[in-house]
Design a protein around this ligand. Structure first.
Ligand code: NAD
Length: 489
């Protein structure tokens, strides 16, 4: 079955180039997919352009677009187990997490189906009977949607659903390592009745295929979820045509624990924050910042719990967390760990690959904990995007806030305390796009998600997630026009 979807047709690679899709749990090949040629990328852009410029889709009744999204949500529910299986085979994450991802994706489609016809615009000035001044929202146009490998389906759906709800036409480009669930989603969009050319899918390396979307004058908007470097490359391309951009980039998220927090709950959640999906989470709570009085006990407890985490194949029900996405990515994580040791950090847990015989073919790395880390260390400053948790120490509230904000990123963070007013005070001062209080990693379709500083530009989810894919237009009508009389005449 061909895996590129261009102008309503499934097509194979124009020059017969295929890419192997690897299961990180055991290194096996799970599929081969077509890689788009440059001409096919341009054909996808052309199809999306035609569908936007020359069909009724952008101006179709919002109710019709909402119904399409609702049908996709139904189909996602129908195929939940199959999609979860594909996601686990492709990313190595545990099946229970993949199932939650698919459920979340269905909720996002339903949310934007519901929102599509809620905000048609507004009347600006109703005071003058001869003037009709109103704001209407229109789709941006052709949108290139580029996704990452850690939550391939989930992150792309946060773009696809609002983009279609707003009436745009789209070209999806998933990460080269993880195309399988995006291919499946595109089948569902076709089955749900997306008109020809409205939805397109191209596969291939970001630096060529993704960049071509950013560089094209026929693409009106680029939305990326990915790393800082890809974001910078795309923004440079997009700047030439001054296209709209939305960037969901990396993070280095602080997790502040005050001494009055419930100790066991804070430890347990700090473990999940750092090690779910082996830390390959943009908002991973990879920096625990812990108050003096409980610091040493916290380090001991986290170290013991981390050592007990069960690594395994994503398809194994006993697995608590899985492999890293690739051998290359594991090598990068290992380099960070070596660097931290060389810079003087104290290794408390992990720091090596697992010894189990059945894990030798996958790209596993033990959950790793460092204490006695300093603000200058690379392990504190750079996004590792792996199973590495650092633990810092603070004395006062101001100190905790200063440490948590001492990062070029600003995606998310958390504060654990029994003092409700302190929780609100600290949350208010953290320069991060999401702050959890006595919780971690909860997301809602209705709540905006996005980063301060180098964590990105714009917001996904919530009403703002729809606004990203709309242009506001002011329409002014004078129903009783007459000479203006400015010039004497
Ligand atoms: P990546 O930047 O390597 O790749 C992301 C996507 O961009 C891929 O589809 C890739 O092919 C494409 N790409 C890469 N270089 C490109 C270029 N020059 N031009 C155009 N496209 C290009 O990121 P990744 O390794 O897939 O994902 C991990 C990163 O994503 C981490 O930094 C993580 O924090 C971030 N992330 C952020 C969020 C968020 O919500 N803010 C969510 C998930 C992941």
């Amino acid at each position: 079955m061909p895996s590129l979807y261009i102008d309503g047709e499934w097509v194979a690679s124009g020059d017969a180039t295929c890419a192997q899709v690897v299961n990180p749990s055991d290194g096996s090949i799970v599929a081969e997919v077509d890689v788009a040629t440059d001409a096919q990328v341009q054909a996808a852009i052309g199809a999306a352009r035609r569908a936007f410029d020359h069909t009724d889709w952008p101006w179709s009744p919002t109710g019709e677009r909402a119904a399409l999204l609702d049908r996709v949500a139904d189909l996602l529910a129908r195929d939940e187990e199959e999609i979860a299986r594909l996601e686990t085979l492709n990313t190595g994450k545990a099946m229970r997490e993949s199932r939650l991802d698919v459920q979340d994706v269905a909720r996002v489609f339903r949310y934007y189906a519901d929102l599509a016809d809620k905000d048609a615009g507004r009347l600006v000035d109703a005071s003058n009977p001869s003037i009709v001044s109103r704001i209407v929202y229109e789709p941006v146009g052709v949108c290139g949607l580029i996704g990452p490998w850690n939550y391939p389906l989930l992150q792309l759906s946060w773009k696809v659903a609002p983009a279609l709800a707003a009436g745009n036409t789209i070209i999806s480009k998933p990460a080269s390592l993880t195309p399988l669930t995006t291919i499946h989603l595109t089948h569902l969009l076709e089955e749900a009745g997306a008109p020809r050319g409205v939805v397109n899918l191209v596969l291939g390396p970001g630096a060529r295929v993704g960049q071509a979307l950013a560089d094209s004058a026929d693409v009106d908007m680029i939305s990326l979820t990915g790393g800082l470097e890809a974001g910078q490359a795309l923004v440079r391309g997009a700047a030439v045509n001054m296209k709209k951009i939305a960037m969901e980039l990396g993070g280095k998220s602080p997790n502040i624990v005050f001494a009055d927090a419930d100790f066991d709950t804070a430890v347990d959640n700090a473990l999940t924050a750092a090690f779910v999906h082996s830390g390959q989470v943009c908002s991973a709570g990879c920096r625990a910042i812990v108050q003096d009085e409980i610091h040493d006990a916290f380090v001991d407890a986290i170290g013991q719990r981390a050592d007990a985490i069960r690594l395994g194949h994503g398809m194994d029900d006993r697995t608590e967390t899985g492999a890293l996405i690739s051998a290359e990515h594991r090598a990068k994580v290992e380099a960070y760990v070596r660097g931290a040791v060389e810079e003087g950090a104290r290794l408390v847990a992990g720091g090596h690959r697992p010894a189990e015989a059945d894990l030798q073919d996958g790209f596993y790395f033990r959950p790793t904990v460092f204490a006695d880390v300093g603000p200058h260390m690379r392990i504190i400053r750079e996004e590792v995007f792996g199973p590495v948790l650092t633990i810092e120490r603070f004395t006062t509230e101001d100190e905790a806030i200063a440490l948590a904000n001492d990062t070029t990123y600003g995606l998310a963070g958390a504060v654990w305390t029994a003092d409700a007013s302190r929780a609100q005070r600290v949350a208010g001062r953290l320069r991060h796009g999401t702050v959890w209080i006595n919780d971690y990693n909860t997301y809602l379709p209705q709540a905006e998600w996005g980063g301060f500083k180098r964590s990105g530009i714009g917001r996904e989810l919530g009403p703002s997630g729809l606004d990203e894919y709309r242009e506001a237009k002011h329409i002014w009508q004078n129903t009783a026009p007459g000479p203006m009389g400015w010039f004497g005449g």
